[in-house]
Design a protein around this ligand. Sequence first.
Ligand code: 8IG
Length: 277
Amino acid sequence: MLTTDTNPLDAPGTDPFEIARTAAAEIAEFTGVAHHDVALTLGSGWGKAADLIGETTHTIPAQDITGFSAPALEGHVGTLRSVLTPDGKRALVIGARTHYYEGHGVRRVVHSVRTAAATGAKTMILTNGAGGIKEHWTPGTPVLISDHINLTADSPLEGATFIDLTDLYSKRLRDLARTIDSSLDDGVYCQFRGPHYETPAEVQMAKTIGGDIVGMSTALEAIAARQAGMEILGLSLITNLAAGIQKTPLSHQEVIEAGREAEPVISALLARIVEAL
Ligand code: 8IG
């Protein structure tokens, strides 16, 4: 049983950016690292990637840091790690994503991104496991996110905050990723609310409106990262073809297996991207 948590992000009148600064100060205090250069959120299938990026010098249970939520899955420990790369960069590795479908509100969903920005990170690498709409994407294929369609009908921005989202997923960083793997394809990511997978009709809708990838994260986080002034790289691991594109029903087990098989390849890819930043 998870205990009921109180979170300052949920209290009326609080400032999510101030809470993110508090969280960043706690991370700096815990790690002794005053400044992180890059942050990575590791989604389904990407969990092992941090080990290849460099040496993990500190591991923090996420819920020890202000504003972070207890993990949604029982037996699952969400951690924040400080990783020292071979060339001396500091990476903040977020292994504790709060999903929109958990229903705790969008402030909690984007708190890790705002905290990463407050630690000094100028680059935000958002990864996820997702369904593919392009039939030639076999499970285990990593793809670059070129743009997104936010189907949550929500936003991390509060009030009359107008933020330009042109080139949200940095062309410069996509090009850099392709210097490492020239075969990387790209696509438009559709964030659905979840946690159910789509119906085949919804997947056809996503395809019709220009989507290539279906998932349950990332878009809201990317908006918050842009608001915080970060440069964003988005990577999806296609763990299954979307409903109706593949002929068999979707299973969580299949998703886990595709992730596990792809793990060494995508971990190495991510490590080389971080090295090249
Ligand atoms: I892994 O097919 C994974 N996550 N919405 N649809 C959505 N999210 C996903 C899917 C999928 N596969």
